[in-house]
Design a protein around this ligand. Structure first.
Ligand code: NAP
Length: 267
């Protein structure tokens, strides 16, 4: 008797290269059919052919520029209508290394539209279906800059801090409805990201740079362990829990009916 159940279809954004392409390979090996989204059709076609040849899984490709509202809406419609989709990997993203005042504000807005707006809209499109079915997985690729915002471009750090906070609220609201949520916080990873961000990965201390293969394998191992926040480089998960505990400890003092005495303005 065949007792294996089909895990369904994973929709991966930014699947044409780097981390997204490796997720595509790994999830197909885990038995998922795939919908791969990015702008570069040729790369998507080559990847899809290779994956189908290796794994026999069905791989659909959808070209979309997730910086364009009409394209985002097309993917939202797909996420709402395709009941086979059981996993969304919000991976598409761009970064930057330039300081704020040396960065073009239009490029910063485009980064927010891709890293924040598209990710939010795609999550909103799929989450109700996952809740209705009582299962589904949302993986959001954030970055270590979510907790170290001054390392690279500040808008990039802020966009990834959004992804982390958004994932934590998704976990808070959806975990008891059967939806699995994970934010992955990669450190420097050897992909084209760095060339696009204008900072060669070869100029980083190589002890900081992880391969995309190791990154995705560790992130999926974190998912299997039930981690909500996965930092693939962090040796001791207790360090993350200590960080979160420090945040939670602020709770009782975050809102009072008068300013703290240290400001000297209490009436
Ligand atoms: P990458 O190789 O440059 O991949 C980025 C992917 O996003 C590509 O598939 C690209 O495909 C897609 N993409 C870019 N703009 C898009 C748009 N407007 N619409 C649709 N797709 C778009 O870089 P990566 O390192 O794999 O990045 C993946 C994620 O990891 C990003 O969210 C990034 O912020 C995050 N991350 C990376 C690192 C790192 O060191 N590499 C560290 C932390 C976090 P097309 O060009 O074909 O559209």
């Amino acid at each position: 008797m065949n007792t294996t159940t089909h895990p369904g279809t994973a929709l991966i954004t930014g699947a044409s290269s780097g981390i997204g392409a490796i997720y595509a390979d790994r999830l197909a090996r885990r038995g998922y059919d795939l919908i791969l989204v990015a702008r570069n059709r040729q790369r998507l076609e080559t990847l899809a052919r290779g994956i189908t040849d290796k794994t026999g899984r069905s791989v659909e490709i959808v070209t979309a520029d997730l910086g364009q509202p009409a394209d985002v809406q097309r993917i939202e419609a797909l996420l709402r209508s395709d009941a086979s989709i059981t996993m969304l990997v919000n991976n598409a993203g761009v970064g930057g290394a330039a300081p704020l005042l040396q960065s073009d504000v239009d490029k910063m807005q485009a980064m927010i539209e891709l890293n924040v707006t598209a990710l939010t809209r795609l999550t909103y499109a799929v989450a109700p279906a996952f809740v209705a079915r009582g299962h589904g997985t949302i993986i959001n690729i954030a970055s270590i800059v979510a907790v170290a915002p001054t390392l690279l471009n500040g808008v990039y750090g802020a966009s990834k801090a959004f992804v982390l906070a958004f994932t934590q609220t998704l976990q808070h609201e959806l975990a008891d409805k059967g939806v699995r949520v994970q934010a992955v916080l990669p450190g420097a990873t050897r992909t084209e990201f760095w060339d696009i961000a204008g900072h060669s990965v070869d100029n980083l201390p190589q002890a900081w740079v992880m391969s995309g293969d190791d990154l995705v394998d560790a992130a999926l191992a974190g998912l299997d362990k039930g981690e909500v926040i996965t930092l693939p480089s962090l040796p001791d998960a207790a360090d993350w829990h200590a960080f979160e505990s420090a945040r939670a400890a602020l709770g009782p003092n975050l809102s009072h009916d008068r300013p703290a005495a240290r400001f000297g303005v209490a009436r």
